[in-house]
Design a binder for this molecule. Sequence first.
Ligand SMILES: [Zn+2]
Length: 446
Amino acid sequence: MLITNGRILTFGDTHQLIENGAVRIEDGRIAEVGPSNILEAAHPQDERLDARGMVVMPGMIVAHTHFYGTFARGMYIPGPAMKNFPEILQRLWWPLDRALDEEGVRYSALTPIIHAIRSGVTTLIDHHASNHFIDGSLDVIAEVVEETGVRASLCYEVSDRDGQAVAAAGIRENVRFIKKAQKMSHRRIAASFGLHAPLTLSDATLERCVAEAEAAGHQGFHIHACEGPTDQEHSLATYGIRTIDRLHQRGILGPHTLVGHAIDIDPWEMALLRETETWISHQPRSNMNNGVGVAQLPAMLRGGMKVVLGNDGFTNDVFEEMKVAYLLHKSARNDPRVLPADQLLNIVIENNAALARQFFGQTFGRLQAGAAADIILLDYDPPTPLSTDNFPWHIIFGFDGRNVDTTIVAGRVLMRHRQIPHLDEASIAAHSREVALATWKRFWQE
Ligand SMILES: [Zn+2]
């Protein structure tokens, strides 16, 4: 297939804006990028997808999300307003995950993935919990990933919060799915080993997870840590050491591990995360919503740490998350120079792509020969000139998930002119509302 007449933002080492450019796709990968007239003349037989002057760029990647968080939207939570993060966990997230059944898992994944396609997201790294429906839960999500056509890495969040049997089932589900994903021939579904957070994981459970992951030939974990002050208070009171030190001692950190948040950490803990080359995912909308503080992003970036951008279950419009990140750090530091657009783009495009590469073994985040053909087209008619030098500011101030016209994953067109022909969105949304209400009823009964 040949995408023609685009304004191609290539990204990558030799970033260029190619006006009247074309991208040729072959077997799920990008074969060639260049001027439209030259590629059209060279490949007259190729199927055409006319971009009609739209912006063509790599698909967006969400580094940390929770599909099931979708069912929290608009849900009534009995009692007074939740006053801190532990209450948010105990009164919202944990009872919600326990209320999910198989249908709940399916529809709470299906609708945010459709929104992802609509917003130009091609890859998502999910962290799942449904403690009353664990065995096979990742298969249900994997079916949804297959059906919708996106790329996703899945894991189950092991936790001791609902007892030993539930923790054991969580470990079993991770191991089972890791082995299954290892055997998959295509590269659209990957697995990680999920852990909730240090405050709900005993040393014995962590030890078992490390042993089971090793036995399964898997490296790395996907875990939350230091999302608020509670993790440190709990770790110091229970184990007499700080949270990140404990994770390090237990063998959880490393170049294949993804830690969500890492907000409440001291300089030595930051050094440990840096030294172990651990990935840190940043979710500004979630952090602001939970009132848990602001991650020390400027210092992490100055130290060359592997910072990526997720959304923690907020909407899958990465452009929206980027805007919030862009504003938050300036506001928090009273300094408009903090986290400029080009630095933020580097996180969202380069770093997120490097993380995805680790899961899927392909090159992402750039339009160049050999990279995965995960491509989006945006209908963007700017009021000011767009150039190779100023595109990061156009992306921050002008781009929006609703501008996305076409979403392509592994060379397959999932959405064209905002139509997703293989998914009946209206009936999926209608059924999702029924399943969500049934889930809410179980939540309210608990
Ligand atoms: Zn999270």
